[in-house]
Design a protein around this ligand. Structure first.
Ligand SMILES: C[S@@+](CC[C@H](N)C(=O)[O-])C[C@H]1O[C@@H](n2cnc3c(N)ncnc32)[C@H](O)[C@@H]1O
Length: 169
C-alpha cells in the first residue's frame, strides 16, 4: 500500500499504520517545485510517501531502476483555470507507485480518488481500478479525464494497427 501524507499530521499517520499492522518498507520523499511562499519559516516543498506491506515475505516490488533511491523529484501539475480536487498528484508520481507495486491485470484500489488520477493511470498501464470518492461534484471531472484518455488509447491502438498494416507485419 502507498500512503501519501504531508508532514503536519505524519506522527498520527505513522501511529495509525503501525496500529493497523502495516510494516514500513520505505519512507519516500517526493520533492516538488513551488511551495507556498512563507516569511518566517521554510517553504514546504515535499510530501511523504509511505510504502507499506502486511507481509514482508509476500509483496510485489518491480524495481524501477538498478539503484532506486527514496527521494523523488517530480514536478506538480499546474491546472490553469481548471476545477480540480485540490492536491492532485502528478501522473508521473502515481505511475511510479503503481508500476512498482502491481502487475498488468492487478486490481488497484484508491479510497480517496479525487479527480481520478489513479484511475486514469491504471487505464494507461493496463491495471484494473476501484476508486472511492466522497465528493460527488468530482464525478464530472473524473469522467472527463477518463474519456480523454480512452480516446487517446484508442487513437494509439488505431495508429499501431495502421502502421502494422502498412508495413505488412
Ligand atoms: C487529495 S485528494 C486525492 C487526490 C487524488 N489521489 C489525485 O491525485 O487526484 C483527496 C480526496 O479524498 C476525498 N475524500 C476525503 N475523505 C474521503 C472519504 N472518507 N471517502 C472517500 N473520499 C474521501 C476528498 O473529497 C478528495 O477529493
Amino acid at each position: 500500500m502507498w500512503l501519501v501524507s504531508g508532514w503536519n499530521n505524519l506522527r498520527y499517520v505513522l501511529d495509525a499504520v503501525e496500529d493497523a499492522g502495516f510494516i514500513q518498507l520505505n519512507h519516500v520523499i517526493w520533492k516538488y517545485q513551488f511551495g507556498v511562499f512563507t516569511r518566517r519559516r521554510f517553504v514546504t516543498s515535499h510530501y511523504h510517501l509511505l510504502l507499506l506491506v502486511k507481509d514482508e515475505e509476500d509483496y510485489t516490488f518491480n524495481k524501477p531502476e538498478h539503484y532506486p533511491e527514496d527521494v523523488w523529484i517530480i514536478k506538480r501539475p499546474y491546472h490553469h483555470g481548471e476545477e480540480t480536487a485540490g492536491n492532485e498528484l502528478p501522473d508521473e508520481l502515481v505511475e511510479r507507485c503503481i508500476k512498482t507495486s502491481s502487475n498488468q491485470g492487478d486490481l488497484v484500489v484508491d479510497p480517496v480518488l479525487g479527480s481520478g488520477t489513479t484511475m486514469r493511470v491504471c487505464l494507461k498501464l493496463n491495471r484494473r481500478c476501484l476508486g472511492i470518492e466522497i465528493n460527488s461534484q468530482l464525478e464530472k471531472r473524473i469522467k472527463e479525464k477518463l474519456k480523454n484518455l480512452a480516446r487517446i488509447c484508442e487513437e494509439q491502438q488505431n495508429n499501431l494497427r495502421n502502421d502494422k498494416r502498412e508495413s505488412g507485419a
